[in-house]
Design a protein around this ligand. Structure first.
Ligand code: AHR
Length: 522
């Protein structure tokens, strides 16, 4: 780094004030310093991943309509959903669960569809599924999206042989019973499978195991998950939820256990006020807004806790942290099946998405995969469908705006901002992250968490001069603004003009309750 840059940074970091050489008296309480000439780790594109479980209308109706459907489809997969997923550049898709994964027997979902055994979805609504969406259909879906498959195996009620054979069926090209079966079912070439999880929430719905018991079971299952040909599995061990650091410690501390996986998952859902008061997805006031964003911000603390343990046993950061379930969990939409977890999506969810993605970017050194729960019609969905209609939620728009960070390099930032105060509680009013892509373009993503006031941020961009700055903003007049089947474009991004760029300093005025992404091009 140049000496002048270092002096500049010392002034900023030591005094907390910014005094530009070009502009006198420019002092701001809201200040975001972006160091553009010293890029850090790559932000794995896979932290922009999604999760599609056999739950409610996520798979059946939301993604899969079958080849005989009147809804336009490709090989049974809805075209409208497919295009929407391609547009946000979904890098990987997790399937078939969730809790469902530890009840799923993959052999029920292969072969002629009319001959497949049905399954009762005991976790989600008790509905009977005909298994018309199985391994071949999922792999076709990932091919059509252009993303990696992230398959979650069954530890809770499955066998080592069953899981081992699934990997063989998917990825082997040797002459074996499983590859012959795959070929009989119409797929000659093996698929590439990148990510494979060894159970889901095995401390709960996946078998109610202790950490010690799971660690042993995971070692056993993992032993038989082979790498066939040039396919290299990234094995994800089941990690804890929330603040359960003891589980992470157990999985990390022993070398024999640690060596059996490449990634360790964690799950964290944001709740308004605990599991007994999840609140409405659409009908809420400022207290629920504040509580939700406060819960979202805890993701940072949770990650720091798990990272600290991983850093002790794996200082080279060879193991990835995999946040494969995250998002807001509200009460189901009144009148819908409580087991289907259908909730609408508002501007609040857009801010939630921005907060999480900024946090994940900031932890790019350790987080390798993350998956929003869930893709279509379930929890904080990016897409809602009703028969042949489809709506892109405010959360989808944030994923579209933030896709510029995928595989870019993280930039160091220093953020100082005013608090957003509600009652006797406060949270920072701004969330931010920045990256530089392989063409040298810098992207700065911000969210203004305060629903009552616009905020001006002074943002020196250290190191380079940029010729062109442009931006997009996502906001609305009300906290619970949403896109509906009747009014699908109510919350959509627009061109953002609320900034100036002079002498290397951006001055950004963000509307209340908004998400902004800026692009700086040399
Ligand atoms: O996403 C819904 C459920 O939440 C998943 O099935 C489970 O893993 C988690 O508890």
């Amino acid at each position: 780094m140049k000496k002048s840059t270092i002096v500049f940074l010392i002034i900023i970091f030591e005094t907390g004030l910014f005094v530009s050489a070009q502009e006198e008296n420019l002092v701001s309480v809201n200040q975001l310093v972006v160091v553009a000439n010293n890029p850090g780790p790559v932000i794995s594109k896979d932290i922009y991943g999604h999760f599609s479980e056999h739950l409610g209308a996520c798979i059946y109706g939301g993604i899969w309509v079958g080849t005989d459907s009147k809804i336009p489809n490709t090989n049974g997969i809805r075209n409208d959903v497919l295009f929407a997923l391609r547009e946000i550049k979904v890098p990987n898709l997790r399937w078939p669960g969730g809790c469902f994964a530890d009840t799923y027997h993959w052999k029920d979902g292969i072969g002629p569809q009319s001959k497949r055994a049905s399954i009762v979805n005991t976790h989600w609504g008790g509905v009977t599924e005909d298994n018309s969406f199985g391994t071949h259909e999922f792999m076709k879906l990932t091919e059509l999206i252009g993303c990696d498959a992230y398959i979650n195996g069954n530890v809770g009620s499955g066998t080592v042989q069953e899981m081992s054979e699934w990997v063989e069926y998917l990825t082997s090209n040797s002459d074996s019973p499983m590859t012959r079966l795959r070929k009989e079912n119409g797929r000659e070439e093996p698929w590439k499978v990148r990510y494979f999880a060894i159970g889901n929430e095995n401390w709960g719905c996946g078998g109610n195991m202790t950490a010690e018991f799971y660690a042993d079971v995971m070692r056993q299952f993992s032993t038989y998950l082979n790498n066939y040909g040039d396919n290299r599995l990234y094995r994800v061990a089941c990690g804890p939820s929330d603040y359960n650091y003891a589980w992470t410690e157990t999985l990390m501390k022993d070398g024999g256990t640690r060596n059996r996986f490449q990634g360790l998952s964690i799950h964290y859902y944001s709740l308004v006020d605990g599991w007994n008061n999840k609140g409405s997805a659409t009908d809420f006031g400022e207290w629920e807004w504040f509580q939700t964003l406060r819960a979202n911000l805890q993701m940072d603390q949770i990650i720091r806790g798990h990272k600290a343990i991983m850093d002790r046993y794996d200082p080279q950061k060879a193991k990835g942290l995999v946040v494969d379930e995250w998002g807001n969990w509200f009460n189901v939409e009144p009148g819908t099946n409580p087991g289907f977890l259908y909730q609408q999506n508002t501007l609040r969810d857009a801010i939630t998405a921005a907060i999480h993605l900024n946090i994940f970017n900031q932890h790019a050194d350790r987080i390798k995969i993350a998956n929003l729960a869930q893709t279509v019609n379930v929890l904080q969905a990016v897409i809602l469908t009703k028969d042949d209609k489809m709506v892109l939620t405010p959360t989808w728009h944030v994923f579209r705006m933030f896709r510029v960070h995928q595989d870019a390099r993280l930039l160091n930032i220093d953020l100082r901002c005013e608090d957003y105060v509600y009652g006797d509680r406060k949270i920072p009013s701004i969330s931010a992250s920045a990256s530089v892509d392989n063409k040298g373009a810098v992207h700065i993503s911000l969210a203004n968490l305060n629903p009552n006031k616009s905020i001006t941020v002074t943002c020196p961009v250290i190191g380079e001069n940029y010729k062109k700055v442009s931006g997009e903003v996502l906001t609305s007049g009300t906290m619970n603004a949403m896109n509906t089947f009747e009014k699908a474009d109510n919350v959509t991004p627009s061109v953002f003009n609320g900034f100036t760029y002079k002498g290397g300093v951006l001055t950004i005025t963000m509307p209340s309750k908004s998400v902004v992404v800026l692009e700086l091009v040399k």
